[in-house]
Design a protein around this ligand. Structure first.
Ligand SMILES: Cc1ncc(COP(=O)(O)O)c(C=O)c1O
Length: 455
């Protein structure tokens, strides 16, 4: 039986529950919540009652739903995550790394990888992807550089990378996974932004098909599910045991998973793998592609189109920083983007991005670009930052909890940073605790007064 059927069955044959959660499936809802949320979501919120299941050791409806998902994704095992890709990334690290193991990490990783480093005690070796300063984004990892890093560090146990990047840039995972296999290195791919890829071949190729050992996807990012639903998949051909991943997930996952999230994960996968879902997704893709074609014809507007996922619409306008473009769109057109940097602006399109919404954005960009507002001459000079290879003085697990003090940024050169410094989004670290502060960092961070450093 599916989770969906299980909840429907409960509703038909109502039982008196003297269990958690104590709202009693909506018998009590705090008045403001009732106004905002209604009762319905509470009527779907349960614990491990008779007929339901245990996410930490699934044997019933959650197992069936996860097995169904494994079939859809053609994985050895698929796990439902109720705490986002963040928990999937940490669990993936716990599954393949022990304290003191070396792990190669692409520097454009999400900050959850840092959390995984603190918790597992693994030692990071950083690899810098190519940086495109015209757009202020990371692109792909050079394969020769990857091979060089792995051949120089034969004790590396795993490689963690993000694909696609936050801005949608896609790497050749097939070739990357071949290099990893050659050096007996497990490949973990953070595919948080690629959760639609399994459902239409005109999108990116899922890392699972291309040989990654573990793939983590956020269903809430582009696939239209509730925050923070996500999935972790193990590749069929990987020797990673599902029970090891389950144990790792149990270390960091709540014992009271949200059934509204679980049922939403199940129904999103069910819908996307159905004929109806495929038609719906095809329509969304068609609309985005049409809009992209139209955007490319707008004077003074450039659309990023180097091997990127179409759900990420990255643009820049002549004589305007990304921050300025973002401000104008927000203030004059009521349009809010996903992120802006000194060069470009990113719009996220997913299952909820209707044709009408796309048209509004297209019209706003057309209008704004026809006016060709020249702003940059008078605007502040944003500090361009070219990310540099981090200089790690202390590994994350050893520096965690050590005493720190706050000093003025201008005196911080060569001191050891004690904060996670990253713009959010995209959550890519600029500086991490244990790393040496360089002059490039001081320049980039100059709009802040203080920084935490090791005492
Ligand atoms: C590349 C990447 N990985 C992982 C995450 C974390 O995902 P979640 O919010 O599902 O925990 C994010 C979130 O922004 C992300 O952008």
């Amino acid at each position: 039986m599916s989770i969906i059927n299980c909840i429907e069955k409960f509703k038909k044959h109502k039982r008196e529950l003297y269990t958690t959660p104590s709202h009693g499936q909506g018998c009590f809802v705090a008045p403001d919540s009732l106004k905002l949320l209604g009762k319905k979501i509470f009527t779907c919120d349960f614990s491990e009652i008779e007929g339901f299941d245990n996410l930490a050791n699934p044997k019933g409806v959650i197992k069936s739903a996860q097995d169904f998902a494994a079939k859809v994704y053609d994985s050895k095992a698929t796990f439902f995550l109720v705490n986002g890709s963040t928990s999937g990334i940490i669990a993936a690290m716990y599954s393949v790394l022990k304290r003191g193991d070396k792990v190669l990490i692409a520097r454009n990783c999400h900050k959850s990888v840092y959390n995984g480093l603190v918790l597992t005690g693994a030692i990071p070796v950083w690899i810098m992807p190519k940086y495109n300063s015209d757009w202020a984004i990371f692109e792909t990892i050079n394969l020769d550089y990857l091979e060089e890093m792995l051949s120089r560090n034969r004790d590396i146990k795993a490689f963690i990378m993000t694909n696609p990047t936050y801005e949608g840039v896609m790497s050749d995972i097939y070739r990357i996974s071949s290099v990893c296999k050659k050096y007996n290195v497990k490949l973990i791919v953070d595919e948080a932004h690629g959760s639609l890829w399994n459902f239409h071949k005109s999108l990116g190729t899922p890392a699972l098909i291309q040989g990654a050992d573990i793939v983590v996807q956020s269903l809430h990012k582009t696939a239209g599910a509730l925050n923070p639903s996500a999935l972790l998949h193990i590749n069929r051909d990987s020797d990673i045991a599902p029970k090891d991943v389950q144990n790792s997930l149990n270390l960091i996952t709540t014992t009271s998973p949200s059934y509204p999230i679980l049922v939403n994960i199940e129904s999103t996968i069910k819908y996307l793998s159905s004929q109806k879902g495929k038609f719906y997704l095809f329509d969304v893709i068609k609309n985005i592609n049409r809009m992209l074609r139209n955007l490319k014809a707008i004077p003074n507007l450039e659309v990023y189109s180097y091997n990127n996922d179409i759900s990420k619409i990255l643009v820049k306008v002549t004589n305007m920083t990304g921050f300025e473009l973002s401000d104008i769109l927000f203030e004059q057109y009521g349009i809010e983007d996903e992120l802006a940097n000194e060069k470009s602006v990113l719009f996220l399109a997913g299952l909820g991005t209707t044709k009408v919404k796309l048209k509004k954005l297209e019209k706003a960009l057309f209008d704004l670009c026809s006016k060709n507002i020249k702003i940059s001459q008078n605007s502040p000079d944003y500090n361009s930052y070219i990310p540099t290879e981090p200089r790690v003085r202390y590994i994350p697990s050893l520096i965690w909890g050590k005493p720190y003090k706050e000093i003025e940024l201008k005196y911080a050169l060569s001191r050891v940073c004690m904060e996670v410094i990253c713009d959010y989004p995209p959550g890519v670290p600029v500086l991490l605790p244990g790393e040496v502060i360089k002059k490039e960092h001081i320049y980039y961070l100059s709009d802040r007064q203080k920084i935490k450093v090791l005492s």
